[in-house]
Design a protein around this ligand. Sequence first.
Ligand SMILES: [Zn+2]
Ligand SMILES: [Zn+2]
Length: 405
Amino acid sequence: MDKLLEFLNLLEVPLYNLDKKLSHLSEEDVKKLIYNYYMSDISVAELTELYSIDIYPGGLFQLFPAIEDKEHECPYCRCPLYFKWPSKTSISYQDACCLSCGHTDHEYCRCDGCMKMRSHLEKERKSKEKDVIISYYKIDDYGPFHRVDDLTARDVVYLLMFYRCCVDETNLGSLQRLMEIPLTPGGTLDLVVIEHLLKNKFIAPSPEADIRAFIFDENMKPSGYVREFMSYSVLLGEGIASVDRYIRDIEEMFYQQSYPASWYDELCDLSYMLALHECLEYFDHCARKYGFKAPLGEKTRGMFKTLLKTFSVSEIFPFIWSAASSAAAFYKRVDIHISKSQAANSMVGNCQRRAEKTLSEGWQRKKYKRDRECPRSAFSEILHDFCLKIGESAFDMVLADSLLE
Ligand SMILES: [Zn+2]
Ligand SMILES: [Zn+2]
């Protein structure tokens, strides 16, 4: 005797609770019907006809009486759970379910009760996490930890950039704040700025930050945070008023042109670094236009560093633009197979050759304006307009010559 038959023999069919469409059948008929549905060769359409059941064939198995799960009850209604019969073609196991609220005995159940329970547990977990964050990232001392006189030019420029562009009236600053202009060229140096300010104790991650910025290990211990999404408190005094006073003192030195002489060389170094990143940003931008991924490693950087000794950023841009369009033509050649990355890599040598030809042949230097999609950054405005007072002319200058003379 097979298992189903054995099971059906033991099964008590609750006739009082039977679906209306089966109510004309005896307990024995119901058992036979179920057995035949799963085990015989009789088609479902024939079965519905044979037993005079008014249902489309696909819906027959749903009329079979659900079987009580003697071991579990619904945690919400406190009534028994039932197993529903699967269709004969289904191979999936059916979880026991509550016929009154729809709860199923499954960890991903989406019944009202389970959804509410999960959201409650989630809230509890978040509030626990928040407590852990507050005790772990609590700021005991808001500084300031440096006298204005002891700052380097890099400290000052990065601080001004962050304070002006990212910090709000509650003394919380974040890279996520909507800025009219990018903080650094194409955002490439944003994290460099943040790392510098963190390392030198100008800012600290704030326990007030969005909880999604924090990372926890499996024991719910804080194990780090995502720099881009973190909010930082500025450690230049407690409260925005004292922070602002500190910043005003720095700014005053530039208004009065009374900053330390050593800063000047450092500001020029920053200018050089900014120019390099403007070239890299435009290089990346032009490569993307043709669907290439620009190589931005040491070789490319080295090439631009060399060019910046002889050319301004505005003079390097035409080399980049032509190098990208040559790479696109190179990629399209039909006589040889060129991969996208080979084509993209050819941009580096191409830029250099164009620059060298311009020098050796004495060609007239072309100048490009900034691309609308690579707008001027806050780094450029603060460094060139506010600190060095040379403005946008820096874009057209050969920096090594004009600034370091
Ligand atoms: Zn229930
Ligand atoms: Zn449920």
